[in-house]
Design a protein. Structure first.
Length: 94
């Protein structure tokens, strides 16, 4: 884990009761909102169990929280895929 990921993990609390908003996280990291999201994603790609269930990031304290988060993300993935397919097949410009 690099220094940026370690810094992120050290700022996050464990469990939903310790969630932190993305705005607050960005301020604590000293970066903009987009960079904060990118850092969270990078850490997740390393397997760090960072979740966002109700408008705040935190380290998952249970497999159930992690499963809840991944279910939600898979649903979002499915919805995005459906929108992209519909847009790719649009007859709007015909």
């Amino acid at each position: 884990m690099d220094a940026e990921c370690t810094q992120l993990v050290n700022l996050l609390g464990t469990g939903e009761r310790n969630k932190i908003s993305r705005t607050e996280l960005a301020n604590l990291l000293g970066v903009c909102d987009r960079v904060a999201r990118e850092r969270v994603e990078e850490a997740q790609l390393l397997g760090v169990p960072i979740v966002n269930l109700t408008n705040g990031y935190f380290l998952s304290e249970s497999m159930e929280e992690l499963k809840q988060y991944t279910r939600r993300e898979r649903h979002r993935e499915s919805t995005i895929d459906k929108k992209c397919t519909a847009l790719e097949n649009t007859e709007w410009f015909d």
